[in-house]
Design a protein around this ligand. Structure first.
Ligand SMILES: C[S@@+](CC[C@H](N)C(=O)[O-])C[C@H]1O[C@@H](n2cnc3c(N)ncnc32)[C@H](O)[C@@H]1O
Length: 217
């Protein structure tokens, strides 16, 4: 346990898809490689995840600055950005330079003007303090190799009243066809959020495969 009350990272035997590193009793998943980026753009995604249902559930409005942490190829960045116009922007953040390259290509092809990209590190989200209204993590939190450092950085980047939206595949639902390491239960999300000093606001479980958990500082 560190001085701030956050438990230290632990170790376990690495499971398939896992890192062997633990936080709060959960094995952290391996980062999804940019080699698999085509999966993020698959046509079936719109029926499997129903982004058309997710987007209206997000606390976003025109003029806001939204950080899409672990943006990958920008599937959600491109859907969120038009909803922030006029005046708002998406900051699409990722740790893999190759993802940032793919992201820039997708942004250029889509001609959406209000998306910026940021190359982060595993411990530094590279966002200025008090610069964002919302940070959204879609299918990302479970694979943060340093959740304490990343969430600390993102919390500092939130403006007063800013929120965090975690979208994770539901571990409670055995019918969701995703590897165990890449799912999270609502209870585990709430447990980790509390340890990280984040307050639970609400959970929405009406999406086909995922839950949306809104947190605040
Ligand atoms: C499963 S993909 C999801 C991509 C995107 N959110 C989507 O839903 O299409 C996870 C992404 O998170 C990124 N990632 C992992 N750890 C990260 C970190 N600490 N900071 C920023 N991005 C991270 C990975 O590089 C990868 O692109």
């Amino acid at each position: 346990m560190a001085a701030d009350g956050i438990p230290a990272y632990g170790k376990t035997a690495a499971s398939p898809g896992g890192t062997g590193k633990t936080f709060a009793g959960r094995e952290i998943a391996q980062v999804m490689s940019w080699h698999g980026a085509a999966w993020l753009e698959r046509a079936e995604r719109s029926t499997e995840e129903r982004p058309d249902l997710l987007l209206p559930l997000l606390p976003i409005r025109p003029g806001m600055v939204v950080a899409d942490i672990g943006a990958g190829s920008g599937y959600y960045s491109r859907k969120i950005a038009p909803r922030l116009a006029p005046g708002g922007r998406v900051i699409a953040v990722d740790v893999q330079p190759e993802m940032i390259t793919l992201l820039k290509k997708q942004i250029a092809e889509s001609k959406i003007p209000n998306i910026d990209t940021v190359l982060a590190t595993e411990t530094d989200c590279k966002l200025p303090a008090e610069s964002i209204d919302l940070a959204i993590f879609v299918d990302v939190y479970h694979e943060l190799l340093y959740p304490i450092e990343t969430m600390g950085c993102v919390s500092r980047a939130l403006k007063s009243g800013g929120q965090i939206a975690l979208v994770e595949f539901r571990a409670e639902d055995a019918s969701v066809p995703i590897k165990a390491q890449h799912k999270m239960s609502e209870a585990q999300i709430k447990k980790e959020a509390a340890l990280l000093g984040l307050q639970w606001v609400r959970t929405v479980s009406s999406l086909p495969w995922q839950h949306l958990v809104i947190l605040k500082k």
